[in-house]
Design a protein around this ligand. Structure first.
Ligand code: GLP
Length: 260
């Protein structure tokens, strides 16, 4: 890779402290939509346990009138292959369960679900929709234990758009509980690293000691596909929010740079 930008890293006292932080970022982006602007800002959400508390809080923000859901357009990163929005276990199902106003946004056409069947034409059309919406202003991201982001597993290219991919066994094992008594799917549709890096601002959250090794490799290892999250170091506007456990493998210099 040509250059290595330094993401801003913040180590929070606890994972819960990320919630007001994320809401504030989201509000700022939503409010940046000027009267008469061509596009409402597009915000792309991530799924996973990392964001459960955030989505509950987002639900309350919208239901209690503190955030206008018509002030932004939403989308997300990835979907299990063939999982329509209503199907339990799927990513959109998870999002709408935790934050029901997103369901209304889908109905109004202001939330763009990832095409779950992975047909090439539908994926290119999805990318065009994102482009027509003015691109992604804010991308939220989690990280897998193996350094994956969205479903870009180790070995992923930095130069791919939305595509169908095979899930790593550790990813399937981590997803097991959402599919019992069935087995987790083997394939998914995901935003590629090129799609993710196209966002104006990226906020990655990682909490817990299970993520410590992936976080250290992302921030301090080689920048290559072995750790897909390391691609974020080629982007100029990335914020990484960690709790102390997720930051525990960072070496002393990086930990000293981090703002507690
Ligand atoms: C899945 C998703 C990722 C997410 C990861 C971590 O694999 N595709 O986008 O970051 O899980 O999930 P969790 O937040 O539950 O640890």
């Amino acid at each position: 890779m040509e250059h290595s930008a330094t993401p801003e890293v913040r180590v929070l006292d606890a994972a819960e402290a990320a919630v007001p932080f994320l809401l504030q970022e989201l509000r700022a982006v939503a409010l940046s939509s000027d009267e008469g602007a061509e596009h409402r800002p597009l915000i792309s959400f991530a799924t996973g346990g990392t964001f459960t508390a955030f989505f509950r809080a987002l639900d309350a923000e919208i239901q209690e009138g503190r955030l206008d859901p018509t002030s932004f357009v939403g989308t997300h990163l990835d979907e299990y292959m063939g999982f329509e929005p209503e199907r339990a276990g799927g990513m959109v199902h998870e999002l709408t369960l935790r934050c029901p106003p997103l369901r209304d946004m889908i109905a109004r056409g202001s939330f763009l679900p990832v095409p779950c069947h992975g047909a090439e034409g539908s994926l290119r059309a999805h990318e065009e929709r994102i482009e027509r919406a003015g691109g992604i202003k804010l991308q939220l991201l989690g990280i897998g234990r193996n350094g994956h982001v969205a479903f870009n597993e180790p070995g992923a290219s930095f130069d791919e758009g939305f595509h169908v991919t095979a899930l790593a066994e550790s990813t399937r094992a981590d997803a097991k509980s959402r599919f019992v008594p069935d087995q987790p799917p083997r394939r998914a549709v995901t935003a590629g690293l090129r799609s993710i890096l196209g966002a104006e601002r990226i906020i990655l959250c990682a909490f817990g000691s299970d993520k410590a090794e992936a976080v250290a490799t992302m921030l301090q290892g080689e920048i290559n596909g072995t750790c897909p999250a390391s691609a974020l170091r080629t982007h100029k506007n990335v914020l990484v929010l960690l709790d102390p456990a997720a930051a525990s493998n960072l070496d002393a210099d990086k930990a000293a740079d981090a703002i507690s």
